[in-house]
Design a protein around this ligand. Structure first.
Ligand code: 5GP
Ligand code: ZN
Length: 113
């Protein structure tokens, strides 16, 4: 998908701070971080959202989740992280190439403790 921002990051056409790259997934820092650690993990293959990915490519879904855990570990989050898949514009999805937000390094409990 040549008009997809994240396909262009995968292709190296748009620069990104890549923290993990395999044959199947790429992880890079979010340009507008919402936490001290905020990394996006995406499949190389284009799928619009997590529902489509899990229906169409379960093996890639598993690799995506494994990569998210590996990123959390390499970022020093010690099994304390939040994974978010915004699905649909009404809940804030703005890039329609599935991505896991790996967030950590601050208190996410509510009310904050
Ligand atoms: P969404 O709102 O779709 O769940 O998440 C999209 C995320 O992509 C946002 O957190 C936004 O900051 C991030 N983002 C948008 N454009 C770029 C970009 O060009 N580079 C990087 N690294 N992140 C981006
Ligand atoms: Zn794409």
């Amino acid at each position: 998908m040549s008009n997809c921002l994240f396909c262009r990051i995968v292709a190296g056409e748009i620069p990104a701070d890549v923290v993990l790259r395999t044959e199947d997934v790429v992880a890079f820092r979010d340009v507008n971080p919402q936490a001290p650690v905020h990394v996006l993990v995406i499949p190389v293959e284009h799928h619009a959202n997590i529902a489509e990915l899990s229906a169409q490519a379960p093996h890639l879904t598993s690799k995506l989740l494994d990569a998210a855990a590996a990123v959390a570990k390499s970022e020093g989050l010690d099994n304390q992280y939040r994974l978010v898949f915004n699905t649909g514009a009404d809940v804030g999805q703005s890039v329609f190439h599935v991505h896991a937000h790996v967030l950590g390094g601050r208190d996410f409990t509510w009310p904050p403790g």
